[in-house]
Design a binder for this molecule. Structure first.
Ligand code: AMP
Ligand code: MG
Length: 409
């Protein structure tokens, strides 16, 4: 049987990255950056004040104190957005507002609170003289050019999924547009004669199609364009028809659930083989042992197991990294943490993903199983906050063993 990591590796080796598009930066949040962005400028672009106060020469006020203030002549009034104006000479200062350029000759800003200038009414004119009560260090309350970013510095690497703060930075540096990867288009298909849409009344023998909603919701969080192929009956003709709709919709991936085992109604494999190629693997994992991966008319195809928990785990382990690679990101590694097992557990030697509730106890994490571990029991996944991974080859673990847990959101 194929190991989980080998199966993932084999899938990732077949995945190609989608094309790039150039978009204005107000359309790129959640998109993946397709180039390294370097700063076209120093930032701040000029020395400016971080306080409302007075721009001074710090050597002038070295002896200033509450009882013996230094009196300076105010020679200009610099507000944000203005030119810094005339230079300062000894004994002079300039009233200055936050974000306004510091005049030449000045090396520091005294906060208005450390002067005798009490008038804080918007629009009030600057005084002619001001008494300063405190010395400043050179550079105090000045944001220097390039304090934050240097010209030519790499600020965002290619592959970054852009967040609001990244978009803010692009604007701050004056970028109007950036190349990002096209959104991937993903089609999902449920299959099985027993499945009903949630709009229909439930009748004996039938169940509601949970996987379409489960997979669509997982995909929505990854920022793809979804094409829903609906529910295919257990018939080659219906499956083929719906997969051909995915081809017409020019999707990058097709993800189906169910119909890939060895049951009498499992037709997915046959349809894929007929019009593409199929690798059908028994992966050494639980849940999710049967995994079909291949191409349908050239489109990468995942045949996930039908049980909702198996579909969820297989998606996280195999599909998510593939989508990340296709969208230009580096596929993330499973972010595991150590926890202490609260109870003994039995496994069957396959790499097992148990559903667990993990809580902090003192300085470590403790993991309990979250309920019935059958792969159709979605409720125990809902109650879980982590998957607990037991490596292959391990058949039992006593209580208090150290285990790896994978937090799920
Ligand atoms: P199969 O792989 O087709 O044998 O399906 C395995 C199990 O998953 C069966 O109990 C199915 O009824 C169930 N199942 C398949 N598809 C879905 C779905 N979309 N929603 C909920 N359960 C499903
Ligand atoms: Mg079925």
């Amino acid at each position: 049987m194929l190991s989980v990591s080998d199966a993932r590796e084999r899938i990732l080796n077949t995945i190609k990255v989608v094309d790039e598009v150039i978009l204005p930066i107000d359309q790129v949040v959640g998109r993946v950056l397709a180039e390294n962005v370097t700063s076209p400028t120093d930032y701040p672009t000029f020395d400016n004040s971080s306080m409302d106060g007075f721009a001074v020469r710090s050597s002038d006020i070295a002896c200033a104190s509450q009882t013996a203030p230094t009196i300076l002549t105010v020679v200009s009034d610099i507000r944000a957005g203005m030119d810094p104006g005339i230079p300062l000479f000894t004994g002079q200062c300039a009233r200055i507002m936050t974000g306004a350029p510091v005049p030449s000759g000045s090396d520091a800003v005294v906060m208005v609170e450390d002067t005798d200038f009490e008038v804080r009414i918007p629009g009030s004119p600057a005084p002619n003289v001001v008494a300063v009560f405190k010395p400043t260090k050179p550079g105090e309350n000045v944001r220097h050019r390039a304090d934050d970013v240097h010209v030519g510095e790499k600020v965002l690497p290619a592959g970054t999924r852009l967040r609001a703060q990244d978009v803010g930075l692009l604007a701050m540096l004056g970028r109007q547009s950036v190349p990002v990867y096209r959104r991937t288009r993903v089609a999902i298909l449920s299959s099985g004669d027993e499945l009903l849409s949630i709009n229909s009344p439930l009748v004996p023998g039938k169940i509601y199609d949970a996987n379409s909603y489960l997979l669509a919701a997982m995909l929505e969080k990854t920022g793809i364009d979804l094409v829903n192929l609906g529910i295919a009956a257990d018939s080659e003709m219906d499956i083929r028809l719906r997969l051909d709709n995915a081809v017409k919709a020019k999707v990058d991936f097709i993800i189906s659930s169910a119909g890939v085992s060895v049951g009498a109604s499992d037709y997915i494999k046959a349809v894929i083989e007929e019009r593409g190629n199929l690798d059908f693997w028994k992966v050494n994992m639980r849940p999710g042992k049967p995994l079909a991966y291949g191409k349908y008319r050239g489109i990468p195809f995942f045949g996930l197991p039908g049980n909702p928990v198996s579909a969820f785990v297989s998606f996280e382990v195999f599909v998510r990294p593939a989508l990340e690679k296709a969208s230009g990101q580096v596929p993330h590694l499973i972010p595991t943490q150590k926890a202490i097992l609260a109870q003994p557990i039995e496994s069957d030697g396959r790499e097992t993903y148990f559903r667990a509730v993990v809580s902090e106890e003192g300085d470590h994490l403790v993991a309990h199983l979250s309920g019935h571990q059958g792969s159709g029991n979605l409720f125990s996944l809902v109650q879980a906050n982590a998957l607990l991974i037991v490596p292959s080859g391990v058949k039992s673990l006593p209580a208090n063993s150290e285990v790896q847990i994978w937090p799920i959101l």
